[in-house]
Design a binder for this molecule. Sequence first.
Ligand code: HEC
Length: 107
Amino acid sequence: MKLMKVLIVMMVVVFACTAVFAAEGGNSRKGKYLYKKNCKVCHVSGAEGGELTPLSKTQKQWDRFFNEDKHKKSPEVMKKFSEKDLKDINQFLFDHAVDSDQPETCG
Ligand code: HEC
């Protein structure tokens, strides 16, 4: 009976955490995959877009890039993604931005 209670508490905690992450919007893990596959082609040092990693910007700057700038230098780049894909990529870059809790260079 005690075990059951512990299990229920654990389930509630897990559920609450998932809900918090979901509220952020995108799926960071999927965003990382999409970023590596689609953005890195032009965004490594030496390539036409220049080196770019999540650390290149702050969280606010990433949000601004996705909401306002939208890759102004070549907007067609963003057109091949769905809203959901862009949200995921935005989430990944946001989660690992230079001022985030988990800055990451290997983007
Ligand atoms: C076809 C090549 C190409 C692809 C693919 C590409 N970019 Fe770019 N990107 C560029 C070029 C070119 C620039 C302009 C670089 C400059 O101004 O020196 C740029 C600029 C940027 C900038 C602005 C950098 C700054 O701070 O001024 C950001 C941010 C960016 N790209 C993000 C992305 C993201 C995110 C993706 C994937 C969704 C992506 N790019 C895919 C070519 C590309």
